[in-house]
Write a protein that binds this ligand. Sequence first.
Ligand SMILES: [Fe+2]
Ligand SMILES: [Fe+2]
Length: 143
Amino acid sequence: MQISNFMQTEHRRCDETFSKAEQAASNGNFTEAFTFFEDFMVDTLKHFDKEEEILFPAFEEATGSSEGPTQMMRHEHNQVRNLLEQLAEAIKNEDKERFFSVADTLMVLLQQHNMKEEQMLYAMCDRALGTNAEEIVEKMRIL
Ligand SMILES: [Fe+2]
Ligand SMILES: [Fe+2]
């Protein structure tokens, strides 16, 4: 399997879970919203770990550069991590208004981030890591 396909599938799965959390929150069902949000948060953080611990280092090694796109992606991950904490707090406090204001910020940031990865970085990874792709996908699958 190509790296880009594997990673895009993970992005889509996170999107779907998050929209379920939003739906539940908008219905005022915070217990359900929290369950979906927790799944989303766990999957998203895990996905970031796969990138930061496996994919980015492999790409950096293959291209000999750690100051290019991967650096910016790591920075955006940290921004998302911060927003996830704020969202968890908002759900815990059953603060719907706060939840949606942070959720909007998070979604814009994450959509742009994912688009950059899908249109640029993952395509570069497919090219740079070609023959090692299977092994890298397998490592990410079992992390
Ligand atoms: Fe990422
Ligand atoms: Fe990603």
